[in-house]
Design a protein around this ligand. Structure first.
Ligand code: ADP
Ligand code: MG
Length: 730
């Protein structure tokens, strides 16, 4: 029975690295070869159109419809020269991942033949059936139309002969059905409010850009072994599997030498990234065996997010060429680290200043502290919503475990900044921020960038850490669309900056000098934001208690966390900043509850099947063998004492197996009953709660006994590849 498993193990051991053909040119020469970027636009567009399009891209203005025709023409010409035959609108539905529907560039030529066609209309907007994408009730069933509309701020690109046009996806009535629409609006909102605040310090600043640098963690599993695990195939994680005797205790994988098969995969992945304009930069082994990371150079947030989504899809493709399967689930294996996607977030001016980076002038530092304290305050105000946006059925396994950020959002500042904030709190004058403080303090802010970069990254237990010149939001899941997290951050920041500006304005109106007014508001915010600042151990039990006392959101049930989408302060933030309206937020909460239920439902079904088809037959057969043996012992050894002596251990083993099997059956029954009860609930919220409270715990119970069986049942018969095989054979 275990033949398939052993065959797959043998195959995995025998596999060699797949040779990768390197492009002959240097990366700088083929970087963005498949991207319709400015260099291509110059070649394929009339000059005036090019200038207009650049204007649209850089200032997010509207492209005059008359020019769209020329853009479509130029884009088609380039795409066809590159060998593309099809085009697609490429969008980001709420299911996660990306969606595409390919159309060929062909039309009837009215002479019985075909001609290549790609009009402005096809480029700019497409009508599609939105009914198969989650919409949380925003689209009534008789109105199934949805629209995808071109986002000119992210360049089109070619994958496998298809021209992909990044688009937003909205319902017929204009509500966002995707991640990109609110992200773009949040980028505009933070640009608007941050620019106003920046101009208090430097009137020449015209715009602010939000930046994102993500770090993608993932697991690679040999394809054959992966295929022999229906749970990995269908749910993305192992629903059972006893810990391997060796896993990550030795920490010998982190930053270790990259295995050759994996190195070949990474090399090809990087070539593909570069050709598609993704600035892949860093690659290394992660903490868990079989776990790796890729990080690019950070980019403008919308583009960076598109690049992350594109990366996830090309990773899947390329991994298969190397006989691997990529696993992006946040917690594929119990007992070893899960995968996250740290979101490094910062804001920068068009004059080249990073607003989260200490400056070299007094006024620059007043600005730096302004942006820091507003960011911290924004996180404090919306810590519940920030948790909601990164929560999912899959990320839930990772958060709160002793390796990932806890299910409480707090901000880590590091020693330098904490002491500066302490001084601000106890000072009545903005001199405290000055480089050479009259009261005798030498803050030494000039050296701070270096010091920060050396010192601040240590606290790995913090979900939201200041790392010298950016904030690192570490709670985001490896499979998530980063757009969600960045949308909340940008919007919360925009709202907070607006409030800050109003307060400063009010003070200056009464005659307070500008910088004095700024300092007064900063000081107020430093004090008010204190509860969210935590530099201690986020994994500790004491922190949970303390966080609750501080009034931070400590809810850990994912369906209840989704309630944060509907909090009055959430509505207010998104509505006043023009990012999402009430209906859109309600729809998102519905989609989340629905997705949560479906994920657990699938897991419960897969687990039920595995128990019936794999676990029980194997365990029972082994039990029967042992029973047979004991029976024979009793036949042979007529002296009961002798029979007992010979068969005692086997009897004990039989009892154990019997007991575990009983428990497996008992909890499978409970799991099925809980599922049936939950399935008849009509409210998506209540159903998700029922799945969380009653079904998910039974899945864990079943697993507990299956893992015990795995340890004692004959290895020869065990059908499912074990952790040691899944994780160490490469
Ligand atoms: P670490 O693992 O120490 O966090 P990495 O090099 O893996 O470091 O990732 C750091 C990420 O942060 C990279 O994607 C990098 O481009 C990004 N980053 C660096 N500076 C900024 C910044 N100012 N704004 C946004 N992202 C940044
Ligand atoms: Mg990092």
């Amino acid at each position: 029975m275990a033949q398939l498993r052993f065959k797959m193990v043998e195959q995995a051991i025998a596999r060699k690295a797949v040779p990768v053909e390197a492009p002959k040119e240097r990366p700088s020469e083929y970087f963005a070869k498949y991207v319709f970027n400015k260099a291509k636009m110059v070649r394929f567009l009339p000059q005036k159109t090019y200038q207009a399009l650049v204007e649209v891209m850089e200032h997010r203005s509207i492209l005059p419809p008359s020019l769209a025709t020329e853009v479509a023409l130029g884009m088609k010409q380039w795409a066809m020269e590159m060998g593309a035959t099809h085009y697609t609108h490429w969008f980001q539905p709420l299911t996660g991942g990306t969606a595409e529907k390919h159309d060929a560039f062909v039309e009837h030529d009215s002479q019985g033949g075909l001609m290549e066609e790609f009009s402005a209309k096809l480029l700019s907007q497409q009508e599609g059936d939105a009914s198969s994408f989650p919409n949380g009730g925003t689209r009534s069933t008789f109105e199934a139309r949805g629209y995808s509309a071109w986002d000119p701020t992210s360049p089109a690109f070619i994958v496998d002969g298809t021209l992909c046009i990044p688009t937003i996806f909205i319902s017929y009535t204009g509500e966002a059905l995707d991640f990109k629409t609110p992200l773009l609006k949040s980028i505009d909102a933070v640009n608007k409010e941050a620019t106003k605040v920046c101009q208090l310090f430097d009137p020449t600043v015209k715009s602010i850009t939000a930046f994102l640098g993500w770090e993608q963690e993932y697991f690679l599993i040999d394809e054959g072994l992966w295929a022999a695990r229906p749970d990995l195939v269908l749910t993305g994680r192992t629903l059972m599997g006893h810990e391997s005797a060796k896993n990550q205790q030795l920490e010998d994988h982190y930053f270790g030498a990259i295995p050759t098969r994996v190195a070949a995969f990474m090399r090809e992945l990087e070539y593909e990234c570069w050709k598609l304009g993704i600035p892949a930069k860093t690659r290394h082994n992660e903490v868990a065996p079989g776990q790796f990371e890729l990080a690019p150079i950070y980019e403008e947030a919308n583009l960076a997010n598109d690049h992350n989504l594109l990366l996830m899809s090309i990773m899947r493709k390329i991994s298969r060429r190397h006989n691997f399967r990529i696993v992006l689930h946040e917690k594929p294996f119990k007992g070893i680290n899960g995968s996250g996607k740290h979101n490094n977030w910062s804001l920068g001016t068009d004059t080249g200043v990073n607003l989260f980076s200490p400056a070299k002038t007094d006024i620059g530092n007043l600005q730096f502290v302004t942006f820091m304290v507003n960011a911290i305050m924004a996180v404090k105000k919306h810590n519940g919503m920030l948790k909601a946006i990164i929560s999912s059925a899959t990320n839930a396994h990772r958060l709160g475990a002793n390796e990932a950020p806890p299910a409480i959002i707090s901000v880590f500042l590091g020693e330098q900044l904490s002491s500066l904030f302490h001084k601000i709190e106890n000072s009545d004058t903005e001199d405290v921020i000055k480089l050479d403080d009259k009261s005798g303090f030498k803050l030494g802010l000039q050296q701070i960038p270096e010091i920060f970069i050396d010192n601040t990254d240590r606290n790995r237990t913090s979900p939201f850490a200041f790392t010298g010149n950016r904030f690192e939001f570490r709670a985001v899941g490896s499979a998530a669309n980063c757009g969600g997290a960045i949308t909340v951050l940008n919007t919360a920041m925009a709202q907070q900056l607006k409030e800050f500006y109003a307060k400063v304005e009010k003070l200056t109106a009464t005659g307070v000098a500008l910088h004095k007014a700024v300092f007064m508001v900063i000081k107020e915010l430093v004090i008010e934001s204190k509860p969210i600042v935590f530099d201690g151990n986020g994994y500790s039990e004491e922190w949970k208690e303390e966080a609750a006392e501080r009034g931070l959101d400590c809810e850990s049930s994912v369906p209840l966390i989704f309630d944060r989408y509907l909090y009055p302060e959430t509505f207010e933030m998104f509505e006043t900043m023009g990012v999402m309206n009430r209906r859109e937020l309600e729809a998102r909460a519905e989609v989340n509850w629905e997705m949560y239920t479906k994920k657990i439902q699938i897991e419960a079904r897969v687990l039920g099947d595995l128990i019936m088809n794999h676990i029980l037959p194997v365990a029972s057969a082994y039990e029967a063998d042992l029973l047979d043996k004991v029976y024979k012992i009793n036949q042979l050894f007529t002296n009961p004492e002798e029979a007992k002596y010979v068969g005692e251990r086997d009897m004990l083993l039989i009892m154990k197996i019997t007991s575990h099997i009983r428990n497996v059956r008992l909890h499978v029954d409970k799991m099925v009953a809980a599922r049936r009860a939950a399935n008849v609930i009509t409210s998506e919220r209540e159903k998700a709660i029922a799945y969380h409270d009653n079904v998910a715990p039974e899945i864990e119970e079943v697993r507990y006994y299956v893992d015990k069986l795995e340890l004692i049942v004959d290895n020869e018969r065990w059908t499912l590849p074990k952790y040691r095989e899944l994780l160490f054979l490469r």
